[in-house]
Design a protein around this ligand. Structure first.
Ligand code: FE
Length: 164
C-alpha cells in the first residue's frame, strides 16, 4: 500500500470522527487548530451553489480584484450577509470608505465572524471567516477608524446586501 493511500485512509477516518462539523485545517500551517462550523457542504455542493467566482473567494480564499465589487457603491441602510449561508455579518452603519477598493467595515455583528492567523504572505495577517459556514471573507487590520480602530477588509463576492 502506498503511503499516499495510508494517509488518505487516516484522513477519511478522522473526517468520520468529526462528522458533526467541518474539520478545516489551516491551509499553510499544520499547527492551526481545527475549526468547526454549523453549515457544512461538500466542495461540489458549494461549487454548484456559489458559482466559480464566489467559490474561489469563499472556499479557496481567493482575493477579488480591487475596485471590482458593486458593493463599494452600496450606501443604503441594511445588512451585509454571507453569500454562502446568509449569516448576517455587518451592519451598513459600520461601513466606511477605506479607499482600498474592497468593502470595509469597522465592526462585525456580534458572533458573526471568527478569525485565525494567515501565514500565506511573508507578513502575518488575520483572516476573517463566517462563523456559521467557515467561508473566507477577507482580513482584518488595525488601521481602521474610530471607535474600534479596526478595518475589516472584505471581498464583495463573499457578501450579499439586504436593504433594511
Ligand atoms: Fe457563511
Amino acid at each position: 500500500m502506498s503511503s499516499e493511500a495510508v494517509s488518505r485512509r487516516s484522513f477519511i477516518g478522522l473526517a468520520g470522527v468529526a462528522s458533526a462539523g467541518l474539520l478545516l485545517f489551516g491551509r499553510s500551517q499544520g499547527s492551526a487548530a481545527p475549526m468547526h462550523f454549523a453549515v457544512v457542504r461538500s466542495p461540489a455542493d458549494w461549487k454548484h451553489e456559489l458559482g466559480p467566482q464566489r467559490y474561489a473567494v469563499l472556499r479557496e480564499a481567493a482575493t477579488e480584484p480591487p475596485f471590482s465589487s458593486p458593493l463599494l457603491k452600496e450606501h443604503r441602510k441594511g445588512t451585509f450577509v454571507c453569500a454562502g449561508c446568509a449569516n448576517a455579518l455587518f451592519s451598513s452603519a459600520t461601513k466606511f470608505e477605506s479607499g482600498t477598493g474592497w468593502p470595509s467595515f469597522w465592526k462585525p455583528l456580534p458572533r458573526a465572524v471568527v478569525t485565525r492567523p494567515d501565514h500565506s504572505l511573508v507578513f502575518e495577517r488575520t483572516e476573517v471567516l463566517c462563523a456559521r459556514c467557515g467561508g473566507h471573507l477577507g482580513h482584518v487590520f488595525d488601521d481602521g477608524p474610530k471607535p474600534t480602530g479596526l478595518r475589516y477588509c472584505m471581498n464583495g463576492l463573499s457578501l450579499s446586501f439586504k436593504p433594511a
